[in-house]
Design a binder for this molecule. Structure first.
Ligand code: XUL
Ligand code: MN
Length: 343
């Protein structure tokens, strides 16, 4: 039994289309996904604004709130909570050049409209967290945006959200690239610098995704630790990633077990979750997976977390101390290997 609450997003169960091929699995309704999420042991659902309110662009503010209340009813029916709402600022023709950092003022206005509506939706769903994955807030052509003005535009956008709602918290989900070539906010350190430059740093924190840290050439456990040290780790997206290539969103721990162990170790040791934070999973099923087994990657990720929690419980801290005192890190390293490989 895990000490953590788990969440996932409806996009984590998908039809399997990729950049080179069409869908291979049937579409599953939102309600069915929520029902299955509950069954496999999740406690919360992560939302993009249009996951909660489909066709959001076609609706007025009151209609958006009403539609969000319908979604809330489904959550309530299955005893599930909403973890966060994230404005989807990368799909619309008005966000081709980014949202908050677009060179077009009309597009920036649209990005704010989606952000305010995300806050309205969060209020209807009973959650106080807005996640900003700054998907296109960067460049494909380095000279196409002023990098200083762009950072300031991100800060300004967050300030407007903080002012729009005095209770809402903003979590910046960092990622160094994809879909852009160069992001303006690639790592947790960047997110926290942005936080400190806003009108209310106490309401701006971070979400660390394992794969995104790996894409930045960083160790996800240390990124988690950095945010924890600053009291700013308000969510995580645990998953895995084979090296610095496209964003893979593999099941947690399947590529680098030691790195996964260290993520769970730092979360457990610091009592992550004691303020209601979720262990979010942002994992993608392999395209080869058949319809009937298309939740397996989420189930496997939960299992990996649980098994690694067990390893942390069995971790011999006095032996660690002994190795540190003797400065015998080879012995410590071998101890970790044995801990992870023995039954
Ligand atoms: C993209 C990613 C997103 C965010 C939510 O890489 O991780 O799914 O987690 O917008
Ligand atoms: Mn993510």
């Amino acid at each position: 039994m895990s000490m953590f609450k788990f969440s996932a997003g409806p996009w984590n169960v998908h039809e399997g289309a990729d950049a080179f091929g069409p869908a291979v699995r049937k579409t599953i309704t939102f309600e069915k996904k929520v029902e299955m999420f509950k069954k496999i042991g999740l406690d919360g659902v992560q939302f993009h604004d249009d996951d909660a309110v489909p066709e959001i662009n076609e609706l007025n503010d009151a209609q958006i709130r009403a539609r969000a209340r319908e979604t809330k009813k489904i959550l309530d029916h299955y005893g599930m909570a909403a973890e966060f709402v994230a404005p989807r600022l990368w799909m619309d023709p008005r966000t081709i050049d980014g949202g908050y950092t677009s060179n077009n003022p009309k597009d920036r206005e649209y990005a704010m409209w989606r952000s305010y509506r995300s806050i309205d939706i969060a209020n209807e769903l009973g959650c106080d967290k807005i996640v900003l994955w700054l998907a296109r807030e960067g460049t494909m052509c380095a000279e196409s945006k002023d990098p200083i003005q762009s950072v300031n535009r991100i800060i300004e956008a967050i300030n407007k959200m903080l002012e729009y709602d005095k209770n809402i918290k903003v979590l910046v989900e960092t990622k160094p690239n994809e879909p852009v070539d160069r992001s303006f906010c690639p790592t947790i350190g960047h997110a926290l610098a942005i936080s400190s430059a806003t009108v209310d740093p106490s309401r701006v924190g971070a979400l660390l995704e394992s794969a995104h840290a790996i894409l930045a050439g960083l160790d996800p456990a240390n990124e988690i630790a950095f945010a924890l040290a600053m009291g700013k780790l308000w969510s995580v997206h645990l998953n895995d990633q084979n090296g610095m290539k496209y964003d893979q969103d593999k099941a947690f721990g399947v590529e680098n077990l030691r790195q996964a162990f260290n993520q769970i170790k730092v979360l457990v040791e610091n009592n992550y979750g004691s303020n209601g934070e979720y262990v979010g999973l942002d994992v993608k099923a392999m395209r080869t997976q058949k319809d009937e087994a298309c939740y397996r990657h989420i189930e496997n990720s939960i299992k990996m977390v649980e098994m690694l929690e067990e390893k942390v419980k069995n971790f011999d801290y006095s032996y660690q101390q002994q190795c540190i005192e003797a400065r015998d890190y080879e012995a410590l390293e071998m101890y970790i290997m044995e801990l992870l490989m023995k039954g």
